[in-house]
Design a binder for this molecule. Structure first.
Ligand SMILES: [Zn+2]
Length: 56
């Protein structure tokens, strides 16, 4: 599976589900949107709202 996109090579980020608090790696999707990687467009709990996760 190769998901290469020429989107400027934005670094992966971590995002957190606003509902269950699950943390996922994500990519920014051009327009500043965050898209989780590996779980489609939604969290495993069904929520599709995420906030940037800051560790530390
Ligand atoms: Zn969730």
């Amino acid at each position: 599976m190769s998901e290469r996109r020429r989107t400027g090579g934005a670094p992966e980020r971590l995002i957190r589900c606003t509902d269950c608090g699950g943390v996922y790696p994500a990519q920014t999707d051009g327009d500043g949107g965050l898209r989780p990687i590996g779980v489609g467009a939604q969290c495993s709990c069904g929520n599709d709202e995420f906030v940037p996760y800051q560790d530390g």
